[in-house]
Design a protein around this ligand. Structure first.
Ligand code: XMP
Length: 506
């Protein structure tokens, strides 16, 4: 045993135990994961994991519930790449539910309750509705005054519509091929092929529209591309949404549940609080089938209390975020690697996944977070500034930027009750708000796809070096070095960089 320890160094448990005894806690810059015998290539590593008890992911990446990071565009992209997005709550409950619906509608086995238009309505009304709701699609089943299917509008009908005051019934295609619910995906696909139709509405016995199949979705599902996507049992993209604590949060939850949200994240600055426990119970009572993740916490006793309340996942991170000032303003919170490790030790006993939230600056930090015990990581700054992040691009000195701000920044708190509630200042007058975050700008990064590929590529490299071909192995078999400031300096390039690497910036 002594020789084993000499060769391999302390196990992860021994490593942290020694430091716990001394009251030392560590974060990303303080540690490096040990390399080990590698029997497979990074590209062969398996990155599947769990976000919550029942939600499996293909990559351990979660986009942050922040108003400058995740709305439907980001949520769609992340779920398409195998992760999951958490729609932020600085939106009215109705708007947030709409963001969920847009994500769920994007890719469908069968779209349930598709948006229908009335035959007697005008084209201008339909066009205005499309714009207002931000729908990207053009296919709308058309119903008569008895709500029965009587036609379909397609992109061609929009393109060739000359008079916007024309009635829908004068523009729609009347030859609509439809199926009954029992017919299913296979028959829908065959009819599409036989009749060269891109959409097949699904009706009930009264010819009322209850669903619709789209060729693009069925092709994608059949091509196996969906094997890289995060899908629910009906072939729709999965999406999570944030709520706060208390009665308004439960009202918000009801709308999100109706919108078919897959997972609810009770997102507060201090998850170890009575208000959060009550909200967990309230959510369970309203709809016991939706997974609940609660946070944020950074101590194992907090993890235990949330688990006792029956959560399906915990979110760990108090103050590590790039826009956070909680540690500075309130003087609290555990350094993130120790926080993840100690909460994971408790969560592991109940088989509850841990999401490491905040502080990830490089792909190597994802490796360290998972090695410490996280099942997934939540990314804010690494996704902020991308094309899919909410907000406009602006230019300063010839450089393009987007805004990235803390949900506890003064700017977010001044304009949003939910931001104030997150920091338990719901009743605080504006002039007396105590911010726990900052607002700033980040360089415009272009499409997030490339960035996420780099993050997952870095994770795979780390798994290869550590000799841990699965996330579970990286989580359980990793060992750490503690590093000094000198070795942290050594880790970064020491020349003047003239050609910027796409996945590294000091
Ligand atoms: P990164 O480092 O990825 O962190 O940018 C994102 C996470 O930071 C949390 N968050 C905040 N924490 N004050 C805080 O103390 C804030 O204003 C704030 N806004 C976001 C949140 O957990 C997010 O996922």
């Amino acid at each position: 045993m002594a020789i084993q320890n000499y060769i391999f160094g302390p196990t992860k448990k021994q490593f942290f135990k020694t430091r716990f005894k001394q009251g030392i806690a560590l974060t990303f810059k303080d540690v490096s994961v040990k390399t080990g015998l590698s029997e497979i290539l990074p590209s062969e590593c398996n990155t599947t994991t769990r976000f919550s008890r029942n939600i499996k992911l293909k990559i351990p990446i979660v986009s942050a519930a922040m108003d400058t990071v995740t709305e439907h565009t980001m949520a769609i992209l992340i779920a398409t790449m195998g992760g999951i997005g958490v729609i932020h709550k600085n939106l009215t409950p109705k708007d947030q539910a709409r963001e969920v619906v847009r994500t769920k509608y994007y890719l469908n086995g069968m779209i349930e309750s598709p948006i229908c238009v009335e035959a007697g309505s005008t084209m201008s009304k339909v066009i205005a509705m499309r714009e207002k709701e931000g729908y990207r699609f053009h296919r709308f089943p058309v119903v008569d005054e008895n709500k029965r299917l009587c036609g379909i509008l397609t992109k061609d009908d929009f393109d060739f519509c000359t008079g916007q005051s024309d009635k829908v019934q004068d523009n729609m295609s009347r030859e609509v091929i439809y199926i009954n619910k029992e017919d299913g995906q296979e028959i829908a696909y065959k009819l599409m092929q036989d009749h060269k139709k891109k959409a097949i509405p699904v009706v009930d016995s009264d010819k009322r529209v209850i669903g619709m199949y789209l060729l693009s979705d069925l092709k994608r599902i059949r091509s196996g591309e969906s094997s890289t996507q995060t899908l629910d049992e009906k072939g729709r993209l999965r999406v999570a949404a944030a709520i706060g604590a208390g009665k308004p949060a439960l009202d918000r939850f009801e709308l999100l549940a109706d919108a078919n949200v897959d997972c609810i994240v009770i997102d507060t600055a201090h998850g170890d609080s009575l208000a959060v426990f009550e909200t967990i119970r309230g959510v369970r009572e309203i709809n016991p089938s939706i997974d609940i993740i609660a946070g944020n916490i950074s101590e194992p006793s907090s993890a235990q209390r949330l688990i006792n309340e029956g959560v399906d996942g915990i979110k760990v991170g108090q103050g590590p975020g790039s826009i956070c000032t909680t540690r500075i303003i309130a003087g609290v919170g555990a350094p993130q690697v120790t926080a993840i490790y100690s909460c994971h030790v408790v969560a592991r006993e109940s088989n509850i996944p841990v999401c490491g939230d905040g502080g990830i600056k490089y792909s190597g930090d994802i490796v360290k977070a998972i090695a410490a015990g996280a099942d997934t990581v939540m990314l804010g700054s690494l996704l902020a500034g991308t094309k899919e992040a909410p907000g406009e691009i602006f230019t300063s000195n010839g450089q393009m930027y987007k805004t990235y701000r803390g949900m506890g920044s003064l700017e977010a708190m001044m304009t949003n009750t939910e931001s104030r509630n997150r920091y338990r200042q719901g009743n605080t007058p504006s002039k007396e708000l105590i911010p726990e975050g900052v607002e700033g700008r980040v360089p415009y990064k272009g499409p997030a796809t490339k960035k996420i590929q780099f993050y997952v590529g870095g994770l795979r490299s780390g798994m290869g070096y550590a000799g841990t071909p699965t996330i579970e192995q990286l989580k359980t078999e990793s060992r750490f070095h503690q590093v000094t400031t000198a070795s942290e300096t050594e880790a970064h390039p020491s020349i003047e960089v003239t050609s910027e690497a796409p996945n590294y910036q000091k």
